[in-house]
Design a binder for this molecule. Structure first.
Ligand code: ZN
Length: 345
């Protein structure tokens, strides 16, 4: 962490080597308000991120392994789209990510000129653009009508744009040097990018399939196998099949979850039924499995779709596990568990 801060400070200092600054960024106040309302900001980005591109397809990216916790979720979709738009090749994603890591810790460094205003050298925003550079290369990445130096998507697109204009992907060293005129900076970016390389999966996700009629869901209806739970789990399966996902596991011999609870999958749990839904595009957000999680949460009235989300309705406890290690690895499938609350196991 110390070294990162030193890198960032060095980068800020080296920014003085770039062109001279002038104007103040737009929407600085809005950026601060958005930071204060972090949750809203996050949701807003995701709404924008899920807007389909022309032709109904969109590029979505998901981190895996060690990178998962390193690149913030509000960055992932924009990095992939920006690298694709400016044709930066297979290293584009990781190099743009590395630059934003080093420049501002993905917009999280609390130094002058990150969230608002400018630092002493005139740099502003998560990509630390000087005003003249922003004039020339700033991009309205999220399509809100403003190329905002302090917006994550706009800044990510502008970085990609600048790199492309400066010789990437043909000559990455020259392009990164153009971004910040220091050899140590080029080396740091490439080293950081190497750590990110190959750990993010981006892909095009096509047009979604049509609606599924689930009928009326009555959570007081306890008829049917497994305490009545199976029939509700089957509704989740229908939503999964629409998106091209399938059931990877239902009932099984294991009694306990990895976190020590009693599994709704357990054969001995006679009043519950769980399904694991996967074997499809696992990109997050907006991949097929994520769309399944979203659809199940909406159909069953769950307040969210990621982490461990539980709700009691009628005679049942309904639970979804997605994008969490709680109870097991729930990054490679969506778990939907229905438990009739009638009885002990
Ligand atoms: Zn499961």
């Amino acid at each position: 962490m110390k070294r990162e801060r030193e890198d960032a400070a060095g980068a800020l200092a080296a920014a003085g080597a770039r062109a001279v600054a002038g104007a103040v960024g737009l929407k600085a106040g809005l950026a601060i308000a958005a930071a204060l309302l972090g949750v809203l900001f996050f949701l807003g980005l995701f709404v924008s991120a899920s807007t389909p591109a022309a032709g109904g397809a969109q590029q979505v990216c998901a981190a895996s392994g060690a990178l998962r916790g390193e690149v913030p979720a509000n960055y992932l979709p924009w990095l992939g789209r920006a690298a694709a738009k400016y044709r930066l090749g297979p290293r584009g994603f990781s190099i743009v990510a590395a630059i934003h890591k080093i420049e501002s810790d993905f917009g999280r460094l609390r130094l002058p000129g990150v969230l608002s205003g400018e630092n002493f050298a005139g740099a502003g925003g998560p990509g630390q653009f000087l005003a003249p550079s922003w004039e020339a290369y700033g991009v309205d990445g999220d399509g809100d009508g403003i190329a905002d130096r302090y917006s994550v998507p706009d800044s990510v697109f502008a970085t990609a744009n600048y790199l492309r204009a400066s010789g990437a992907p043909g000559n990455w060293r020259a392009a990164i040097f153009a971004y910040n005129h220091a050899e140590w900076y080029v080396n740091d970016v490439l080293e950081q990018a190497e750590a990110y390389q190959g750990r993010v999966v981006c892909r095009l996700v096509g047009i979604r399939a049509g609606p599924v009629e689930l009928g009326r869901i009555d959570w007081t209806d306890t008829s049917g196998p497994w305490g009545g739970a199976q029939k509700f789990a089957e509704l989740a399966v229908r939503l999964a099949r629409r998106e091209g996902c399938s059931v990877t596991s239902a009932k099984r011999p294991t009694e306990s979850t990895l976190s020590g609870g009693t599994s709704d999958h357990w054969e001995g749990a006679r009043h519950s039924y769980a399904v694991d839904l996967g074997e499809c595009d696992l990109s997050f957000p907006d991949g097929a499995a994520d769309r399944v999680a979203r659809a199940v949460a909406a159909a069953f009235g769950l307040p969210g779709r990621t982490g461990v989300v539980s709700i009691t309705r009628g005679r049942y406890r309904i639970q979804i596990l997605w994008q969490t290690y709680e109870g097991g690895d729930h990054y490679d499938h969506v778990h939907v568990g229905i438990r009739n609350l009638c009885c002990a196991f």
